[in-house]
Design a binder for this molecule. Structure first.
Ligand SMILES: Cc1cc2nc3c(=O)[nH]c(=O)nc-3n(C[C@H](O)[C@H](O)[C@H](O)COP(=O)(O)O)c2cc1C
Length: 201
């Protein structure tokens, strides 16, 4: 892989963190990349909760099937997905300062699609966007030599309850564990071959 793309080949899921704390500025930069992530219709249906407190990390690790790396990470970023995107759509469009005609056209095209979603579709749609932010976090951290592990294996209801989320408005989608790696080398990648997954059609 080209040197410019090493960021993508060197990222891996770290499950072996040192107990070194993260630099607050680095953490902020990673969160800034998350904030700038693309989202369908620019709806940004997310919030990022940062956990550094040892007790809370231990509690969240229990909710995440006792995964030790959740407890041992220097910080956790919890991606919370928001469900109010149909109602924020217009104000977010207005903030983009487009012509009234363009704005009305977009409202007419997309608002019915957002409003027609049932509860399950809304959860699915919001969660899809969370994965884009996840990608940004993983690679931004790697660029700063901070190791990560995406964590999807946790009891969603238990974490929603732990964080006292009003699940009619928001819910937990993903956790990212971050810290300095204690691994001596990156484990080899297990992937399908290029030709198995890529077809030029
Ligand atoms: C959405 C998502 C959820 C994941 N959940 C977990 C998890 O709960 N625990 C864990 O140790 N790894 C988890 N992983 C990491 C994957 O196991 C890992 O990305 C995959 O095996 C490929 O390895 P690599 O990331 O080292 O390249 C998750 C990854 C993704 C993208």
């Amino acid at each position: 892989m080209k040197k410019e793309l090493e960021l993508f080949s060197t990222r891996y899921s770290c499950r072996n963190f040192t107990n070194e704390a993260l630099n607050d500025e680095d953490l902020r930069q990673i969160l800034e990349v998350a904030r700038l992530s693309p989202s369908s219709l620019g709806l940004e249906p997310w919030k990022f909760l940062v956990v550094k407190d040892e007790f809370k990390k231990a509690e969240i690790s229990k909710i995440a099937n006792n995964q030790a790396h959740v407890k041992n990470a220097a910080a956790l970023i919890i991606i919370v997905s928001k469900l109010d995107f149909a109602s924020t759509f217009e104000s977010k469009l207005r903030a983009r300062k487009m012509s009234e005609e363009d704005l009305q056209m977009r409202l007419k095209t997309y608002k019915p699609f957002l409003e027609a979603m049932n509860a399950e579709q809304k959860v699915f749609y919001a969660r899809e966007q969370a994965h884009l932010a996840l990608g940004g976090i993983l690679y931004a951290a790697n660029a700063l030599k901070i190791a990560t592990c995406a964590i999807g294996g946790f009891d969603k209801n238990a974490l929603n309850a732990y964080l006292k989320l009003d699940t009619s408005k928001e819910f937990t989608s993903l956790i990212v564990a971050l810290g300095k790696s204690a691994d001596e080398k990156i484990p080899p990648k297990q992937r399908y071959s290029f030709d198995e997954v890529v077809k030029f059609i």
